[in-house]
Ligand binder design. Structure first.
Ligand code: P53
Length: 476
């Protein structure tokens, strides 16, 4: 008997905007991802005022999955995937986001894609909103700072749930909803919530308001989804980056506790249907006076999640920054390097034990099934003289993380549904817009500047992961 369940969901994860391309095909509208330029390691992407001539927008073409999905899904089947996690580009279904009726060509694309997956026995796992909301909702409504977004999203969710109710069983509402805990930087508030700030605005308050509307929208969608098909399993999606105390000093421990609260209270609302006491108190202390109605609170209780989907790449560490007894957390400034772990070229700390710790952290609090829907190692790959890519570093990273998952099952009794490594086919990096930061088992010939044949080829990790799936994780 193997450690993982018999029907364990081995898969791979991507997001529409990072691989599809075809940014104007089939009537697709402009998304927030379409107005972000290419960055580089340490150079942030710029958010432009609409699509401007002369800029390099890597998501416009991405890896042209929109044009090549049939050949790609065939490769995914050869890899042995049991499931394929992707997202539905909101702008293919509602190009502007506020139309009453959906765009048929967009709906048809996902019908065709899901049929293609199901033909090979690959189960689609679908995120509704993965950093790609309609840009029109930003310019016309200010993104998720506006309550109207709840109904726009609920309508989008309803259309998708009804259309694909016999093709898709596993869903997630908002990708990495808690990334915006890092509200001091522009990237997360924009990609999560379509938020742009004027000078002098209280970023933190606006982020909490947006997150609240998203949580209500998520609950509304989940309630609707369960009515449309009671067999649906609908989860949240949390970016899990556990924050360790830098030392065993009691004040470092408190700083880490509060930092974890600020990054993960979202999970409480998703799973328990209510705000934790520490957040209510925090909103009062900061005098945020958020628009949270009694009706919202009742809606939250009616749309709790069936499972916790989460990404895990790395862990953080924090030192007490002499902020007094409130230990207020500032993600952009308070983190320190962990001397016990190594890091990737992009500074992401490599910590397999942190994955087991994270699984326990969730299980201790929520006792829901867990689904690891992203994990992986972004690295520069070199094609060697024999034409192959020998990505032993990637295999080693993934092997160690799967071992940590096994320990969590064996020793901690954790109910783990599946594992879908991120970017298993090379795609555009969310954070930097680069192609060079690769996660794939399948190589895609394309550079940061957009040149390349877009040809696909198999890295060593392809064959390795194929065997991992075939042996249900017994041979790593
Ligand atoms: P890239 C930050 C921290 C953890 C996960 O990221 C993150 C981010 C945002 O960069 O994003 C998730 O491409 C996200 C994916 C993304 C992936 O991690 O910056 O869900 O869309 O591509 C990897 O290396």
């Amino acid at each position: 008997m193997s450690i993982f369940k018999e029907n364990f969901l081995w898969g791979g994860a991507v997001a529409a905007h990072q691989l599809e391309g075809g940014w104007q095909d089939g009537g697709k509208g402009i998304s927030v991802a379409d107005v972000m330029t290419v960055g580089a390691n340490g150079v942030p992407r710029r958010i432009t005022e609409g699509v401007l001539a002369g800029e390099n927008y890597p998501n416009h073409e991405a890896i042209d999955f929109y044009g090549r999905y049939k050949e790609d899904v065939k490769l995914f089947a050869e890899l042995g995937l049991k499931c394929f996690r992707t997202s539905i580009a909101w702008t293919r279904i509602f190009p502007k986001g506020d139309e009453p009726e959906p765009n048929e060509a967009g709906l048809q694309f996902y019908d065709d894609l899901f049929d293609e997956c199901l033909k090979y026995g690959i189960e689609p796992v679908i995120t509704l909103s993965h950093f790609e909301m309609p840009y029109h909702l930003v310019t016309e409504y200010g993104g998720w700072r506006n309550r109207k977004m709840i109904d726009f999203f609920a309508r989008f969710a309803e259309v998708c749930f009804s259309r694909y109710k016999n093709k898709v069983k596993y869903w997630m509402t908002f990708n990495e909803i808690n990334n915006q805990a890092n509200f001091q930087e522009d990237f997360a508030p924009f990609t999560n919530s379509g938020l742009k700030f004027e000078a002098g605005e209280d970023r933190e308050k606006i982020m909490y308001q947006a997150a609240h509307y998203e949580l209500v929208a998520s609950a509304k969608a989940i309630e609707l989804g369960h009515k449309i098909n009671p067999d649906f399993e609908i989860g949240c999606m949390i970016a899990m980056v556990p924050i360790y105390p830098y030392s065993c000093s009691p004040s470092d421990m408190m700083a880490a506790t509060v930092a974890m609260q600020r990054r993960y209270w979202f999970t409480d609302v998703h799973c328990k249907g209510r705000y934790p006491s520490y957040m209510k108190r925090y909103f009062e202390r900061k005098e945020f006076e958020l628009d949270i109605t009694a009706e919202d609170e009742s809606q939250l209780t009616k749309g709790t999640v069936d499972y916790i989907g989460f990404s895990y790449y790395m862990s953080f560490a924090i030192k007490d920054h002499d902020k007094g007894p409130a230990y207020d957390y500032d993600e952009a400034h308070d983190l320190v390097k962990n001397p016990y772990v190594k890091a990737s070229e992009w500074g992401w700390q490599i910590d397999p034990t942190g994955l087991r710790y994270a699984m326990n952290w969730f299980n201790d609090r929520y006792e829901l099934p867990l689904f690891i829907v992203e994990n992986g190692f972004g690295a520069v790959d070199e094609i060697t003289e024999d034409g192959g890519i020998h990505d032993e570093y990637r295999i080693e990273y993934l092997r160690e993380h799967i071992e940590a998952m096994q320990e969590a099952v064996i020793y901690d009794g954790i109910d783990l549904m599946g594992y879908t490594p991120w970017g298993f086919i090379d795609l555009v990096s969310a954070g930097t817009g680069e192609m060079k930061k690769r996660y794939g088992f399948i190589y895609v010939d394309k550079d940061n500047d957009g040149s390349g044949t877009l040809n696909r080829s198999k890295k060593d990790s392809f064959y390795w992961f194929q065997n991992v799936i075939a042996t249900n994780g017994e041979v790593l």
